[in-house]
Design a protein around this ligand. Structure first.
Ligand SMILES: [Zn+2]
Length: 261
């Protein structure tokens, strides 16, 4: 089983059936992260179509201003979701700093819920890596996946010390910075992702299909001097360790543990 710990399956449009077929055929396990309410509802429907898809709810930092004053209305949906994401901060692509307080408010609301409900979080950290680290410490969120990290190396190392997991995605095929991170991360905190279908589209103008995860696994394996099979197994074991204590994910844990044999 290949773990795709961050994907946006609701963005496939007409290609959704093809994507789901690939997920089943290649035995890929995608975490389908939401960006807001209007992406979570289709994600729930997609998860009905495949047992391999884990749908999770969050508000992306770019959507935060629309939700910052209505957060308690989201409580039933947060409670229903088995993990939390995509959440985070974006002080890089969002240049209008008047939006940052709303981003922080929304993120803190979700971190408090994650701590209380004992759920893992899937984080966007662009340009706000240090702020994210401080908030993880303050909210004592031990089970965190940092998605597509590209920030400063000293904060990367501090996040590693803290025990956060990191996804390496399609940019490892093209960027020396990401390749260096893929080499440096400790084996026990390494995960893989695609950010499909938009990740590859943003980098190369091509829709990312689920089997891109195979290229990511091959590339990281080469960089670290291990076979693709061994790297995939490491990632699989890491993800199992991350969700092992999770009361919401017992079924997912059982399915993934079984597929390892
Ligand atoms: Zn994303």
């Amino acid at each position: 089983m290949l773990i795709d710990a961050h994907a946006h399956l609701d963005k496939y449009g007409d290609l959704l059936d093809d994507a789901l077929r690939q997920i089943e055929e290649e035995q890929i396990f995608p975490i389908a992260t939401a960006m807001d309410l209007s992406s979570y509802l289709p994600i729930l429907q997609i998860a009905e179509m495949s047992d391999l898809v884990l749908p999770i709810f969050g508000i992306h930092p770019r959507r935060a201003p629309e939700y910052a004053d209505h957060l308690s209305e989201l409580n039933p949906i947060i409670e229903q979701s088995r993990a939390i994401g995509e959440i985070g901060l974006d002080f890089h692509w969002v240049e209008d700093s008047s939006q940052y307080p709303a981003q922080i408010k929304v993120l803190e609301y979700f971190l408090a819920a994650a701590r209380e409900q004992k759920k893992f979080v899937n984080l966007h950290t662009k340009g706000a890596e240090e702020e994210i680290l401080k908030l993880l410490e303050r909210y004592d969120i031990k089970r965190a996946i940092v998605h597509w990290y590209s920030g400063p190396l000293d904060i990367l190392r501090a996040l590693v010390q803290f025990g956060a997991y990191f996804t390496i995605g399609v940019e490892v095929l093209y960027s020396e910075t990401i390749q260096a991170i893929a080499k440096e991360l400790p084996e026990n905190l390494l995960l893989t992702e695609t950010d499909n279908p938009g990740g590859l589209k943003w980098l190369k103008g091509v829709v990312g299909m689920p089997n891109q995860i195979e290229k990511v696994v091959d590339a990281i394996g080469k960089l670290r001097g291990v076979s693709s099979e061994s790297l995939a197994l490491t990632v699989h074991e890491n993800f199992l360790r991350l969700i092992e204590p999770d009361p919401w994910l017992r079924e997912v844990y059982a399915m993934l543990a079984l597929s390892k044999r």
